[in-house]
Design a protein around this ligand. Sequence first.
Ligand SMILES: Cc1cc2nc3c(=O)[nH]c(=O)nc-3n(C[C@H](O)[C@H](O)[C@H](O)COP(=O)(O)O)c2cc1C
Length: 170
Amino acid sequence: MAKIGIFFGSTTEMTAIAGESIKNEFENYDHEIDLFDVGMVGLSPISNYKNIIIGCPTWNVGDLQDDWDMLYNDFKKIDFTNIVGAFFGAGDQMGYSYNYLDAVGILARAFTAGGGELIGTWPIDGYEFEESLAVEKNKFLGLALDYENQDSESEIRIKKWVHQINNEFK
Ligand SMILES: Cc1cc2nc3c(=O)[nH]c(=O)nc-3n(C[C@H](O)[C@H](O)[C@H](O)COP(=O)(O)O)c2cc1C
């Protein structure tokens, strides 16, 4: 059993809903999960976890969601050595085809630059977009959700992703 902190930011609630689902799904695997809205708690609780999951939708054409945007400079300064981290995000692959899920790329790269061990990369098959900062070596750096265009896929993707990463936490 691992203790995992999920930290999300969300403006129109979709990433909040995804965070709840991820939490519920992990509870099937007997982990201890805490869920935080970074807009309410900031970053300080992160230091209580060796295992973190970060959720951030992309806003304003390639930007972080507002709460994450305000915290980004501090996020970049965190020493993530010995921390295992997974990322998820919501975006609109049709409406913002050149910036789909960029926020996941921005935060996941800051995490690995800070020494963190990234888990939970996700295949790009089944998505249609032109460019994304979240893609590296033909994979997303975290779980890619799209409530605008593929709403019905979201719960299935969450289940698969949680199953995929569930054993990788410490
Ligand atoms: C003004 C605006 C800009 C957006 N920019 C992007 C973008 O650059 N890339 C992307 O993938 N999605 C973009 N989106 C889609 C949102 O990420 C999507 O609606 C997401 O579900 C919102 O998550 P939230 O409800 O947790 O805030 C944008 C949406 C709006 C309204």
